[in-house]
Design a protein. Structure first.
Length: 450
């Protein structure tokens, strides 16, 4: 085929675009025409742009990979789906169908799980803010409550007194696992003795029964050994608690935090190199369990995996609306999706694919969203060929934390569709409308414009 003529260009060399892997950065590009076999253009024709697309196949595959990694190493493994990562009903339902419990961190999430049909005894209730009303309901419905602080212990003791029964609980621990910054804001601290003091109090009052321990050491953790250290410390604490107070640990919940194949801004290596496989985390955790648990004792090992299950299953299709040349010579594009839809673009540099073959040399290009706001930057600089208005970009992985943290700021939130394992496409959240956005508003009669 005869190639189209391309006029020569001189591109200023910018630090940051050199590439030690050897592929030519000036002509390499990623083209994607379909998601799980469904054509990008047909998706936009049916559901509009921007559009979030989730792959049920990838969600189920990730869930099974995590399960396999742990269950082949330890006999008693339970996964709890972290609602805050993505609490669309359909997404939660897929993971519940795979066998996951619900892990919720607020009254809102608790209500969402119950409305979806998850029974109380299959809900883990975490989080620093559990109003008394929510705690009471969770106790009545048999949820597994993980205490965050001393005031929550007071609240639960008051409830136990009122209900004239003992309440089973877990406590959340925080500790030094070598991760910086250390997450000390949640739970009771191990090294300072705060956690042991709390157990002493729980025991002396007798209203609550300690059944297990919880920790969530951070998110997008790239060091499996941090989990090994956390697990060892939890087991040692559990053993001491059993010896001193007679509480047997029925479960150890190591939280979530396992990374997806995403790229944190500022990291040099690509995710395929930088992100350890889930087996490395399973190995570190189960090695620590076998090293520190008494022989033959296998408390339930609970995982609260969020991003590692759903991030790579989520794609965002966005359309180029305008191309610009900034005064410093940089190429910039206005896309119809921005920070409003992609809260996590603050921290992650997504993979950007183009929906068609494009001629021309790559240049560092900035991608801005539709907001009339300076911070609306999806990518400060990525190598792209010259793109025409109407070109679709596919951004990934975007399945974690965007569809919960997105904001309705001067735009409607886009539709979300699920591609089923059979290639069917279903809307799992409609694009917002003005009446939905304005639904909770009330205009005083006296201010009504006639
Ligand atoms: C208590 C708890 N468990 C699980 C998760 C899920 O974390 P991740 O998405 O990093 O797996 C979170 C997220 O912050 C959390 O706070």
């Amino acid at each position: 085929m005869k190639q189209a003529y391309e006029k020569p260009v001189i591109v200023r060399l910018e630090a940051g675009y050199l590439n030690k892997f050897g592929s030519s950065p000036m002509y390499s590009r990623r083209v994607r025409k379909a998601i799980d076999g469904v054509n990008i253009e047909s998706l936009v024709e049916r559901f509009g742009s921007p559009l979030f697309v989730f792959s049920e196949r990838i969600m189920r595959q990730k869930y099974r990979e995590v399960h396999e990694a742990f269950a082949t190493r330890y006999p008693h493994v339970v996964q709890a789906w972290s609602y805050k990562t993505n609490y669309l009903q359909a997404v939660c339902a897929v993971f519940h169908d795979e066998g996951a419990l619900a892990e919720v961190v607020s009254e809102f999430e608790y209500e969402k799980a119950r409305k979806l049909g998850v029974p109380g005894h299959r809900i883990i209730f975490n989080g620093p803010y559990k109003p008394l009303r929510a705690l009471r309901r969770a106790v009545e419905e048999g949820a597994q409550i993980h205490v965050d602080h001393l005031d929550e212990i007071h609240d639960l003791e008051a409830l136990a007194k009122e209900m004239d029964r003992q309440i089973p609980i877990g406590i959340r621990l925080n500790m030094d696992t070598g991760i910086f910054p250390q997450w000390t804001r949640f739970g009771l601290n191990l090294e300072s003795g705060q956690a042991m003091d709390a157990v002493k109090r729980i025991h002396s009052r007798g209203y609550l029964i300690l059944k297990g321990l919880h920790a969530h050491i951070g998110t997008f953790i790239l060091d499996p050994d941090a989990y090994g250290r956390a697990t060892a410390k939890m087991v040692q604490f559990g053993t001491e608690v059993a010896e001193r107070f007679g509480y047997e640990m029925e479960f150890l919940d190591v939280g979530g935090g396992f990374p997806s194949k995403n790229k944190l801004k500022g990291t040099y290596l690509p995710p395929d190199v930088a992100v350890p496989p889930i087996e490395a985390f399973a190995e570190a955790i189960t090695d620590a369990l076998y090293a520190h648990l008494p022989p033959g004792v296998f408390p339930r090992l609970i995982l609260e995996t969020g991003r590692a299950l759903v991030d790579e299953a989520g794609f965002l299709i966005t359309t180029i609306f305008a191309a610009k040349r900034l005064p410093d010579g940089r190429r910039a594009y206005v896309a119809d999706a921005g920070l409003n839809d992609l809260f996590t673009s603050f921290w992650y540099k997504f993979t950007i694919e183009i929906d068609r073959e494009v001629q021309g040399m790559n240049e560092p290009s900035m991608i801005n969203g539709p907001l009339c706001m300076n911070i609306d930057v999806v990518d400060e600089g990525t190598l792209l060929p010259p793109l025409k208005r109407g070109t679709r970009l596919v951004l990934s992985p975007v399945g974690a934390y965007n569809v919960t943290q997105w904001m309705q700021f001067i735009e409607y939130r886009p539709a979300v569709v699920l591609v089923g394992e059979d290639g069917s496409v279903e809307v799992i959240r409609e694009r917002e409308t003005l009446s939905e956005v304005e639904g909770p508003e009330r205009l005083p009669e006296r201010l009504r414009l006639t």
